[in-house]
Ligand binder design. Structure first.
Ligand code: OOG
Ligand code: NI
Length: 456
């Protein structure tokens, strides 16, 4: 336990992510093997690139290199989602972005609960990709009723957790011991239950509708289905996974490898087949269920709306025709498609493709003439610095790829793609924040601070 002091949202989130990591490592030993591999690859990258080590040390990121960046859960009802929003709010996490996965044959839509302030992200970046099952996409009306009924009856939060959330909402923070208790109670919601809540036949019917439907409906809670540490060299981890007996998914999701990392690249090991027990007469004939895996991520610069539209188009061109299972030459075609996408920070900035945070350098603060110069001229003379803003969100096509590689052999089915953001927000009980607007605001704030200083 980590009792001392009053715990605010950032502190509660930090405790929560540590305890979650310990729990998941115990539950899924292969995840521990992935963490060991990532630690080795990161250490090698730091030895190879002293400049990278220095940059991370300056930014205070070295100590946090090993902490998980995100996890994911799948919820079954509006009530669960709305309550989860309150639980995460106590941990300083807000819903950011709307992700429609139905277009990719996955019957869910989602948001990411994450810290939004720079200081909070720096303190602990943990976020949770949170999906809501779309029962409206189950075609069989009878089965839809069964699933709805099961989900309406289950209770995924302990009564004590709800008490503590209410207390924290009233006070804005919790005493250290209460924060520990809240974290322990919250973990109950995320833990694995090997006992299904349904009989074998019901599991099979839900599984036939979609594996994901069975995963959400048949268990006592929305088990955390993966955690994701940060790697400094995702290509190296991808190549080394099979060497260490870890079954990697076929391709790395997201943009190709480049000098200037863009957005987010991710890969995972395939979900494990785990034994589960059914209720009723089937209790003595165990079954298996595939849900839990491990993932890694490498983040790059956030793209503007213009940059993002270009990224989306290029990616769609490459994936056209093989949305579910990219072929062997995928990496080559992807790199080819992005050949004309600028790969240096200056061009990305000048063409308005990526977001930057501007700050006066110490030389700039001493130079009275700086005020009369254009921003570009000040940057060229080393009076102002432009640092890329890191992308903190997810990518729908990548998320679909991660989902699919964990749904076993079955290829993607198609649902008539229909985003339903209004319905999602209604279930959530709040609007989601627009992720690009957050980056725009961060960039604008840095420019305002610059101008304010100049005019003093
Ligand atoms: C979530 C998959 C999406 C990511 O990193 O894009 C995701 C899930 O499988 O529940 O976590
Ligand atoms: Ni993930």
């Amino acid at each position: 336990m980590e009792t001392p002091g009053l715990a605010d949202g950032d502190e509660i989130r930090a405790r929560f992510s540590r305890r979650m990591s310990d729990m998941y490592r115990r539950e899924v030993p292969q995840y521990g093997a992935l963490l060991d591999l990532v630690a080795d690859v990161n250490a090698a990258a730091l030895r190879r690139e002293p400049a990278l080590r220095e940059r991370l040390a300056r930014a205070g990121e070295l100590e946090r290199l090993g902490v998980e960046r995100h996890g994911a859960i799948r919820l079954g009802s509006a009530r669960e989602l709305a309550t989860m929003r309150r639980v995460f709010a106590v941990m300083g996490m807000r819903p950011v972005g709307y992700y429609d996965l139905s277009v990719a044959g996955v019957p869910v839509h989602a948001t990411a609960f994450r810290p939004v302030e720079d200081a909070s992200l720096a303190r602990n970046p943990f976020r949770v990709f949170t999906s809501l099952l779309r029962l409206d996409l189950i075609e069989d009306a009878g089965l839809r009723m069964i699933a709805t009924d099961i989900l309406e009856r289950r209770r995924i939060f302990t009564p004590r957790l709800l008490d503590l959330v209410e207390r924290a909402e009233g006070q804005g923070a919790l005493a250290g011991a209460e924060a520990d208790e809240l974290v322990a109670e919250a973990l109950q919601t995320f833990r694995w239950h090997s006992a299904a809540t349904v009989d074998k036949a019901t599991y099979a019917r839900l599984h036939d509708a979609h594996r994901l439907v069975a995963d959400v409906v048949c268990f006592k809670g929305p088990h955390i289905n993966h955690l994701t540490p940060r790697t400094l060299d995702i290509d190296a981890v991808q190549a080394a996974m099979p060497v260490r007996g870890i079954a990697a998914k076929t391709v790395i999701e997201g943009p190709p490898a480049r000098k200037v990392a863009l957005l987010l690249r991710q890969t995972s090991f395939k979900a494990l087949e785990e034994r589960i027990a059914f209720v009723g007469e089937d209790a003595r004939a165990p079954g298996t269920h595939t849900a839990r895996f491990g993932e890694i991520e490498q983040r790059g610069v956030a793209l503007t709306r213009k940059g993002r539209a270009r990224y989306d188009t290029l990616l769609a061109n490459v994936r056209h025709g093989s949305p579910g299972s990219p072929d062997r030459d995928y990496a080559g075609r992807l790199a080819g498609a992005f050949k004309d996408f600028p790969d240096d920070l200056t061009t990305l900035r000048r063409e308005g493709l990526a977001f930057f945070r501007y700050a006066r350098t110490s030389r700039g603060s001493r130079d009275a003439a700086a005020a009369g110069l254009s921003l570009e001229a000040q940057i060229e003379r080393g009076l102002v610095r432009a640092d890329p803003i890191v992308y903190e969100d997810f990518l729908p096509v990548s998320a679909a790829g991660i989902f699919q590689s964990n749904l076993g052999g079955a290829g993607p089915r198609s649902y008539a793609g229909n985003a339903a953001q209004a319905a999602f927000e209604h279930a959530l009980g709040a609007p989601v924040l627009d992720e690009i607007a957050l980056y725009e605001a961060a960039q604008a704030r840095s420019l305002e601070a610059l101008h304010a200083k100049v005019s003093q």
